[in-house]
Design a protein around this ligand. Structure first.
Ligand code: GRF
Length: 200
């Protein structure tokens, strides 16, 4: 399985996936790391790891769909089977979702469907929930609304700020994302409508 990782920033989830692949835990190949931001820290980290990287500048395209068409063309050119969004701060167009139907996954720092969109950890603090967590899901045409593959719960502690909660959630993100990619690469994930079954 050839995987592409799409990032916009720090790339710590990307690093967790790279580690999983390099150690042989995940039987996949990372064919490309793509960013929509030239200055994304993760891009430099991916280069250092010896991976193929690409910055595609959204400003050079007429609109969202044009940009996503360029991404899809690139991914196809690289023989990519699966796309992992890892802090990719753009909404994927319907064109892209259809081109890689059920083959784009995302990680989100809340227990979806609670707190989709931006600042999920702050949303959790503001709402006063006692538990939040992390979700890995298939990307559909909505925002953070696709079929859920896996979730982990993280307790919200008294005195937590968005930052302290984000840190504890991130530690779980780095565990769950490689596990999900491993399950996908090993063909243990079945999708039936909104139901996703993962074989142990
Ligand atoms: C993570 O919290 C992820 O869940 C969200 O964006 C953040 C990306 O962090 N989608 P990083 O770039 O992987 O460090």
């Amino acid at each position: 399985m050839r995987v592409a990782i799409l990032i916009s920033g720090r790339g710590s989830n990307m690093e967790a996936l790279i580690k999983g692949v390099k150690s042989g835990f995940i039987p996949a190949e990372i064919g490309l790391v793509l960013s929509n931001r030239a200055e994304a820290e993760g891009l430099a980290k991916a280069k250092k790891s010896g991976l193929k990287t690409l910055f595609l500048d959204p400003k050079e395209y007429k609109g969202k769909e044009e940009y996503d068409r360029a991404i899809v063309e690139t991914l196809r050119g690289e023989g990519i089977d699966l796309v992992c969004l890892a802090g990719f701060m753009r909404i994927i167009s319907p064109y892209f979702v259809d081109a890689y139907h059920n083959r784009i996954i995302n990680i989100h720092p809340s227990l979806l469907p609670a707190f989709p969109g931006l600042d999920a950890q702050q949303q959790a603090i503001d709402y006063g929930v006692k538990y939040s967590g992390v979700t890995v899901h298939i990307v559909d045409k909505g925002v953070d609304s696709g079929p859920i593959i896996a979730q982990r719960v993280v307790e919200v502690k008294e005195g937590d700020t968005a930052e302290t909660l984000a840190k504890r959630i991130l530690a779980e993100e780095h565990k769950i994302y490689p596990l999900v990619l491993k399950a996908l690469a090993e063909g243990r994930v079945k999708v039936k409508g909104r139901t996703v079954m993962v074989k142990e």
